[in-house]
Design a protein around this ligand. Structure first.
Ligand SMILES: *Cc1c(COP(=O)(O)O)cnc(C)c1O
Length: 232
């Protein structure tokens, strides 16, 4: 006889990862998109290396962290075991951490001011690194939130390209948590399109399927894979 408990068993990290990958694939196909053009950035902030290992062991290689300091404590050892992994910085970047961020991360999603753009350009040249670079747009114009205001986006994108010679590839946004995200995804897509930027980092656990409808190329999913966080 089968126990009802077995049906209620909480899926583990590897199983949840498989479920999310399937949902991304489904959202892509039902919107006429190629699933291969969407990268799942598994957001591992606040979770220790032991919790991340099952995802690495199941073959996933792209992860996101929001703090340089936390990434430094967890990822160098993991990278020794999995040299082909890709680490994305999805949280704010301070100028005194730029050198370390350029050395440790493969992508930065949160460029949002001239000072950081200039410092990044300098370090990228110095370290001869190739990073995937995104500008964060504060689509909701929220005062407490990082990111360039939508009305300043075109100028900042142009400055990054011409003044700082940063090879910007995309835009990132975090919609206000108390609003429907779709208009924010649409706005980000519009700004990227008119500036000829191919990459869009948008969509989290609750709304990645909607982000895919609006062209997301990078979805950042944490709690749907690792469970609820107790901090951050
Ligand atoms: C924490 C975080 C995420 C992941 O959020 P979930 O809701 O747990 O999927 C995505 N993007 C950024 C910038 C984050 O800080």
């Amino acid at each position: 006889m089968s126990s009802p408990i077995s049906h209620l068993k909480t899926p583990n990290t590897a199983e949840r990862l498989t479920i999310i990958q399937a949902e991304i694939r489904k959202a892509a196909l039902s919107n006429g998109r190629d699933p291969a053009e969407i990268t799942l950035v598994v957001v591992s902030k606040t979770f220790p290396a032991e919790a991340i290992l099952p995802a690495l062991e199941s073959g996933h290689r792209v992860f996101g962290e929001n703090r340089v300091q936390e990434a430094r404590a967890k990822w160098p050892a993991l990278r020794e075991r999995f040299p082909d992994l890709e680490l994305h910085l999805i949280g704010p970047l301070q100028s005194n951490k730029v050198r370390e961020a350029v050395a440790m991360f493969d992508a930065i999603h949160t460029i949002d001011r001239p000072k950081i753009a200039a410092a990044l350009a300098e370090e990228i040249a110095k370290q001869a690194r190739a990073l995937k670079l995104f500008i964060e747009i504060n689509t909701g114009g929220e005062e407490q939130k990082a990111g360039v205001l939508p009305q300043d986006a075109d100028t900042f994108i142009t400055d990054c390209r011409t003044k700082y010679r940063l090879p910007i590839e995309g835009l990132m946004c975090i919609p206000p948590f108390d609003e429907p995200p779709a208009p924010h995804f649409a706005l980000l897509q519009k700004i990227a399109k008119r500036n000829h930027l191919p990459l869009l980092s948008m969509g989290m656990s609750a709304d990645f399927a909607s982000a895919i409808v609006f062209g997301a190329t990078h979805v950042r999913v944490g709690s749907a894979i690792f469970g609820e966080r107790t901090s951050n």
